[in-house]
Structure formats: structure tokens, C-alpha cells
Design a protein around this ligand. Structure first.
Ligand code: SAM
Length: 285
């Protein structure tokens, strides 16, 4: 049996969940304390490179496709013609790469507060950064909360909130004021999508997010679960909210043309079928 000694294993201890998750590592590649957070990169034995922010697992080479595809494609295919997209956070650039697979998209502005995350991703996840030079992409390093507060009304089709957990600089991405800014900046029929933590471990937070989205005036919500092997519980979710109208299905795509690893129209349809434990929790809203 191998012991989980610090030199060979990275362990994320999740106090709030009473759980821990470990990956075996070869070595620490680099670590930096930015003005906003501590960013570390490890080489693992089986998951490729691994990015850690403030002690929490963020992205690994092997499994990041689940998250990046599910935060991008269901929202974009739920909009009839998404042209202008904003990504808040997303500094590893994996979500940006997925968004730019959509031909309808004319512009994507990504606003991550921390340039160090993107610098590290360019170095250790170059495959996630292959679309950074796309002429439709603009990368800004600033506070996404401020950016959305100042965004022109009715100027955006899809807002993607690919942020950290609701602690540190990501805290203000989960409250009424932020959702109000998003609602104002979206065109009618526009879609907001946000990573919404684990439906198994963090249901109170998920209900709080959904409540705040509804209270500011989003018409319809969808929470889609998906596997997320390196996050607490292994089950994660995104929540979509639509401005001014309900969801009316989604456009089907050819997954081979889109070159996805996980997303297909069938997976999208399946994720819309709420498991009873989630449906029961949402019924009480
Ligand atoms: N995409 C990753 C994954 O697979 O889970 C995790 C997300 S990581 C890229 C979250 C990003 O949100 C970090 O780069 C962090 O700097 C950024 N962030 C946190 N608070 C922010 C804020 N207020 N404005 C903009 N970006 C923020």
C-alpha cells in the first residue's frame, strides 16, 4: 500500500465536505503567489499536469474536457444564434477554446482577474490555449464583477461564469448584484451559465444561486449535472438562466464536427432529465 505522503501525492482536503481527494505526483513544476491567489502546477503520474488555486484542484490535462465542454456547449446550443459571448474567469482558456468552435460566434471577451493563471496555462496546458490568437477573441485581465457592472445594456448573447468557488476573488460572482448586472447586459433571450458546484455536496449553495437568479428576474433555469472526476464528490453542475423567456429546446450538432470528448446532443438531453434527488430539492424552491 502506498502512503499519501506529501512528496508523492497532492491532496485537496475539503473541510466543508468532510472529504479529501488525492492525485499521485511526480513533482511540483511551478508555484506563484499572485496578488489574488496562490497558483501551483504539478506534474502527476496519471492525470498529466494539474493546476491548483489556493489549495483547490482546478484543471488537469486528462479530465478537463468534461467541465469545459459542459460549461460552453449547452449554453451556446440553447441560444438560437449566439454572436457576442463574455467569459468571466476562465483563465486557463479551455472554455474559450470550446466557445470558438461555434461558427456563429463573432466575438468572445474573456475577463480573468489573474494573469498568472493564463501564463501558467500557456506554459503547461498549451492545448487549451490554441484559440487564444483567434481574431474573435479578446483576453482582458480585470475584475469580472466590475466588467459586468459596466457592460453596455443588451449587448451580450451569452455570459459564461467560469470562476473559482465562492471564496476569495470569486465570492462576488455568486450574488444578486452580479446576476443583476448579467441580466442587464444580456440581450432578450440571452443565456447566463455558471459553474454551480456539486449537486450532491453543495445543494444549499446551488439553491441559493438559483434563488438569486430568479429573484433578479431570470425567466427560466436549468441545472445540468456532469462527471467531474477531480472535484469533491466527482459530480458537478452548471446552471443556465435565460433572460425574458423559457428554454425552447437546443440546437443539435454533429459532435464529430465539433470535436468533443464528452458533449453530444444525447448527453445534453440526458443532463436535462433531473435526477429525483435534484428534482425534489428544486421542487421546494
Ligand atoms: N476552468 C477551471 C475548471 O476546469 O474548473 C476552473 C476555473 S478557474 C479558470 C477560475 C478562474 O476564475 C481563475 O482563473 C480565477 O482567477 C478567476 N476569477 C476568480 N474571481 C474572479 C473575478 N472576480 N473576476 C474574474 N475572474 C475571476
Amino acid at each position: 500500500m502506498t502512503s499519501l505522503d506529501k512528496n508523492h501525492w497532492f491532496t485537496e482536503i475539503s473541510d466543508r465536505d468532510g472529504s479529501a481527494f488525492s492525485l499521485r505526483i511526480n513533482k511540483l513544476l511551478e508555484e506563484k503567489q499572485s496578488p489574488f491567489q496562490h497558483v501551483a502546477m504539478y506534474e502527476t503520474t496519471d492525470f498529466g499536469n494539474l493546476m491548483i488555486i489556493d489549495g483547490c484542484t482546478m484543471v488537469s490535462t486528462r479530465e478537463n474536457f468534461f467541465y469545459h465542454e459542459m460549461i460552453a456547449h449547452p449554453a451556446l446550443f440553447s441560444h438560437p444564434n449566439p454572436k457576442n459571448v463574455v467569459i468571466i474567469g476562465g483563465g486557463d482558456c479551455g472554455t474559450l477554446r470550446e466557445v470558438l468552435k461555434h461558427d456563429s460566434v463573432e466575438s468572445v471577451t474573456q475577463i480573468d482577474i489573474d494573469q498568472v493563471v493564463t501564463e501558467m496555462s500557456l506554459k503547461y496546458f498549451p492545448e487549451l490555449c490554441t484559440s487564444n490568437q483567434d481574431p474573435r477573441a479578446t483576453l482582458l485581465f480585470d475584475d469580472g464583477i466590475k466588467y459586468m457592472r459596466e457592460a453596455a445594456p443588451e449587448s451580450i448573447d451569452v455570459v459564461i461564469v467560469d470562476g473559482t468557488d465562492p471564496v476569495g476573488p470569486g465570492e462576488g460572482l455568486f450574488n444578486h448584484a452580479f446576476y443583476q448586472s448579467c441580466l442587464k447586459a444580456l440581450r432578450p433571450g440571452g443565456v447566463l451559465v455558471q459553474q454551480s458546484e456539486s449537486p450532491l455536496m453543495h445543494m444549499p449553495l446551488l439553491l441559493e444561486m438559483r434563488g438569486a437568479m430568479k429573484e433578479v428576474g431570470f425567466g427560466a433555469l436549468q441545472t445540468l449535472p456532469f462527471p467531474q472526476p477531480i472535484y469533491p464528490s466527482g459530480l458537478w453542475s452548471v446552471t443556465l438562466a435565460r433572460k425574458g423567456m423559457g428554454f425552447d429546446g437546443f440546437r443539435a450538432c454533429d459532435p464529430q464536427a465539433l470535436q468533443t470528448e464528452y458533449y453530444t446532443p444525447g448527453i445534453h438531453q440526458g443532463a436535462l432529465s433531473e435526477p429525483p434527488f435534484m428534482a425534489r430539492a428544486f421542487a421546494g424552491e
